[in-house]
Design a protein around this ligand. Structure first.
Ligand code: NOJ
Length: 473
């Protein structure tokens, strides 16, 4: 059965340690009222990919605190009826993980925990460069869909499946409510088993197969937890694959394509094409009615939405919460309309592996340093990973017209207004300048929504009696 749950995403470095996060829960509960807080990885990690390179899944990274702090966080969240979701990074570990160290040394138990080949094949990594790297210790090549410090796990090995079941049970014991599953549709490498060298060298090779779904079912089944998938693949994901994944293994899932599509035909954020509002809004509207679709306009992987879409954050809030949306996911800082910060012009100041990769790619394409840095500043994931301005939060809480208070009102309506809970979507108009008119219809009542991303006209939600329930100004 499809439920409706609101998720609030916290990227730990944007808020701080587990104690800092705990301190902010009352505020978050008051204005956003989430059912779940999804924490990006907080596990021990060398931090090559912002925590997505885990070196110990059962340990909190000391930069965020310890198990006591975690217990305290869970207990505080519970008081506010919020469940904590952890980030399960299943596709790969850090090369510093004990499993990899043992696998390198051909330890009998661990030798098949990763994908090893005698000779590399032509697959490319999502972070650029080859997807196979040579390992001196083992004298073989290992697969890494992402950075070479993130070796891919071998889920054909039942032991690896068992490890993840144990990791889930371990955290459940501490009271976690569920997990967001990273790179959820890339777990199986069937193409490798077939022995046929794939013609396409990109990440199509890893893409969701029957086998992936089977692995996920084995790991997640009957666990009594909330599960949210992050399948990769943007537009090529398609609705039938999305449904296969959510039907079999997940409560809800993202489609990162709903953010990427604004830029280019395919998931390529680096060139920062002008936003194609018409294509984006049409695509978003069509996904919004997917019952298990988790609508997000921002994440730790994207620039801030008001900067990306050149839009008033209040209008973006209306877009996210007035379209049908069973699992909206709000990214920390989004509720106060955080924009991209002024990032440095020097690539050496960027912590993120993706920013540096973007820079290298653009330079190789012949862009000047300046052109490459302009693109990095606009598109970098580091835009979304800066500390949140809590002073601004307090200021906005006192101003009825602020983005924060609009979020609060919208979330109340999202929860309680029968037309917005159940209403069918009828799209009336979508223009290339970002005007979007639609209705929500339920029980003989029609609500009208007028959104204008260019902000030339006032955006509003009007109920069946002609009353404006929300206005952008
Ligand atoms: C998707 C995560 O959202 C991203 O931040 C990370 O770099 C990759 N998966 C690899 O884990």
């Amino acid at each position: 059965m499809v439920e409706r749950k609101l998720i609030y995403q916290i990227y730990p470095t944007a808020v701080g340690s587990l104690r800092d996060i705990t301190d902010k829960i009352p505020q978050i509960a008051e204005y956003v009222q989430p059912d779940y807080i999804w924490l990006n990885p907080i596990f021990a990690s060398p931090w090559i990919d912002g925590g997505y390179d885990v070196s110990d899944y059962k340990k909190i990274d000391p930069r965020f605190g310890n198990m006591n702090d975690f217990r305290h966080l869970i207990a505080t969240a519970k008081k506010y009826k919020i469940g904590i979701l952890l980030d399960l990074v299943m596709n790969h570990t850090s090369s510093e993980h004990e499993w990899f160290k043992k696998s390198e040394r051909h330890d009998p138990k661990y030798k098949d925990y990763y994908v090893w080949l005698d000779r590399p094949i032509n697959w490319k990594s999502i972070f650029g460069g080859p997807a196979f790297s040579y390992d001196e210790t083992r004298g073989k090549y290992y697969l890494h869909l992402y950075d070479k410090a993130q070796p891919d796990l071998n889920f054909n090995n039942p032991r690896v499946i068992r490890e993840f079941k144990e990791i889930i049970d371990f955290w459940k014991q501490y009271g976690v409510a569920g997990f967001r599953v990273d790179s959820a549709n890339t777990l199986a490498e069937d193409a490798l088993k077939s022995g046929i060298l794939p013609r396409i060298t990109g990440f199509f090779n890893y893409f969701q197969t029957e086998e992936t779904v089977d692995i996920l079912e084995k790991v997640l089944a009957r666990k009594d937890i909330f599960t949210l998938a992050e399948p990769i693949g943007g537009r090529i994901l398609g609705k039938s694959r999305f449904r296969q994944l959510t039907h079999m293994a997940f409560d809800a899932a993202f489609n990162v394509g709903t953010i990427d599509i604004a830029d280019t035909f395919f998931s390529d954020r680096y060139h920062m094409m002008p936003v194609n509002y018409k294509r984006w809004l049409k695509y978003l509207a069509s996904w919004s009615t997917e019952p298990k679709f988790s609508m997000a306009l921002e994440s730790h992987d994207t620039p801030r939405a008001p900067s990306r879409f050149h839009a008033d954050p209040r209008v973006l809030a209306m877009l996210q919460l007035l379209l049908p949306s069973n699992y909206p996911c709000i990214y920390n800082g989004q509720e106060i309309g955080t924009k991209n910060p002024k990032l440095s012009n020097n690539i050496d100041d960027y912590p993120g592996v993706q920013s540096r990769m973007m820079y290298r790619t653009l330079r190789k394409e012949g862009k000047t340093k300046r052109q490459a840095m302009t693109a990095v500043r606009l598109a970098s994931r580091d835009n979304a990973r800066q500390p949140i301005d809590w002073g601004e939060y307090i200021l906005q809480s006192k101003d009825e017209e602020s983005t924060l208070r609009i979020y609060q009102k919208l979330i109340n309506l999202w929860r309680n207004d029968p037309v917005l809970v159940n209403g069918k979507l009828k799209v009336k108009k979508i223009t290339k300048t970002g005007v979007f008119d639609f209705c929500r219809i339920f029980d003989g009542k029609t609500y009208k929504v007028h959104l204008d991303l260019s902000n030339k006209t006032v955006s509003y939600l009007e109920n069946h009696e002609g009353q404006k329930l929300i206005r952008s100004r």
